[in-house]
Design a protein around this ligand. Structure first.
Ligand SMILES: NC(=O)CC[C@H](N)C(=O)O
Length: 390
């Protein structure tokens, strides 16, 4: 008979890791990815970019700081599952309002603990990201062939569009928290609260709008600038958002994007995107600022990347003037940012909002504000209807 607390993580190549149930008990399927963050598990779990993924934490001891309402990056936990080596039996932090175990159970997120997360990480690192599943409680007792069949039956991450799953249903506004310079419309593809706060702190009234927003609705809002957020899924499966962005760029509206937003800017400019072997996830990822040579340690969470030539200024294939790669990842020379030279648009693949993560790149939000102010100065663009909507 299966122990009521038994759990097993099954990878699509048939590898199995037996442990104990953690969080909700049942079955979950998703892409198995590892994150190398030593801290910040609550921010990871509530980052909508992780929707559809079972996150394996490489840090061996997880849960000791519990969870609290303040560190939520969105309205809920989005990971499909969660795998840890050593789940803390006690919560010991003055900010904690509950345990991680209970938070996972309340959110219905199936987890697994007491498994060899290093072995899983090494397998994914050498074999690439894989589909997987966690089966706990009764499901742990299913025949291994049956578990493997379910794992292999699920859709792969490549080709998936998940924006509508995570996006807000209704638009909302967060007013500027420093001297107001204009408004920014965020297309919510999986926005994190820290990003909204960072933009409000740079003087923008932040209008967060659903992923289904049309170009006409966006124009009616007449924002000073447009922002594309981070988010789950494959950028190649987001043709509608690429088209929307091309209209924004043609309108001459200043644009900034983070992570998924960087991939969609890449595609809007006519570059390709591709799936990385196992992605970058963690808060210790080095990048080089190509303009200054400065190295920054960044927070990252991406499984796809932009395919653009590094080290040269190129004419964008889609006809938006010249562009260049602005940041390069130092572990594997992956494109970590794009800058347009003839239109007011740029993006980064990593996370300057850093929740969790180091603050090396916080100045990128200042650069966005500077770009918007410069655009206004050179075009003498009035602020438009945003004033009336404010
Ligand atoms: N954090 C993100 O925005 C992730 C973008 C995209 N889903 C990827 O995995 O690459």
């Amino acid at each position: 008979m299966t122990r009521p607390t038994a759990a097993v993580l099954v990878l699509e190549d048939g590898t199995r890791y037996e442990g104990d149930a953690y969080g909700a008990v049942g079955t979950t399927l998703g892409e198995v990815v590892f994150s190398t963050g030593m801290t910040g598990y609550q921010e990871t779990l509530t980052d909508p970019s992780y929707a559809g993924q079972i996150v394996v934490e490489t840090a061996p001891h997880i849960g000791n700081t519990g969870v609290n309402a303040e560190d939520m990056e969105s309205r809920r936990i989005w990971t499909a599952g969660f795998a840890v080596r050593d789940a803390s039996r006690v919560v010991s932090n003055w900010r904690a309002e509950g345990s991680l175990d209970d938070a996972l159970a309340d959110a219905g997120v199936v987890g697994i603990r007491s498994i060899d997360t290093r072995a899983i990480t090494r397998r994914i690192r050498s074999e690439g990201a894989m589909r997987g599943g966690v089966f706990s409680g009764e499901a742990a007792g299913l025949e291994p062939e049956e578990q493997l069949r379910r794992v292999r039956e699920q859709e792969p991450m490549a080709g998936r569009n998940l924006s509508s799953v995570v996006s807000t249903d209704a638009a909302y506004v967060e007013p500027a928290t420093s001297e107001r310079i204009g408004s920014v419309a965020i297309i919510d593809l999986g926005i994190k609260r820290a990003t909204v706060h960072a933009l409000a702190a740079r003087g923008f009234d932040v209008h967060v709008v659903p992923a289904t927003t049309t170009i006409d609705e966006l124009r009616a809002l007449a924002p000073t600038a447009v922002f594309y957020s981070n988010g789950p899924g494959d950028p190649e499966a987001s043709a509608a958002h690429v088209e929307l962005l091309q209209s924004v760029l043609r309108d001459g509206t200043p644009f900034f994007g983070i992570c998924f937003g960087n991939q969609l800017l890449g595609r809007a400019l006519g570059f390709g995107t591709y799936k990385l072997p196992f992605g970058h996830r963690g808060i210790n990822q080095p990048v080089r600022d190509q303009a200054t040579g400065r190295i920054e340690i960044t927070a990252q969470n991406h499984g796809f990347a932009v395919d653009a030539p590094i080290g040269e200024v190129v004419d964008t294939p889609a006809g938006f003037g010249r562009a260049e790669v602005s940041y390069v990842g130092l572990n594997d020379q992956v494109v970590e940012g794009l800058r347009c030279l003839d239109i007011p648009a740029f993006s980064v693949q990593f996370h300057p909002e850093a929740a969790a993560g180091p603050h090396d790149s916080a100045d990128i939000f200042d650069r966005f504000r500077d770009m918007v102010l410069e655009h206004r100065r050179t075009t003498d663009a009035p602020e438009g209807a945003a004033e009336e909507n404010a």
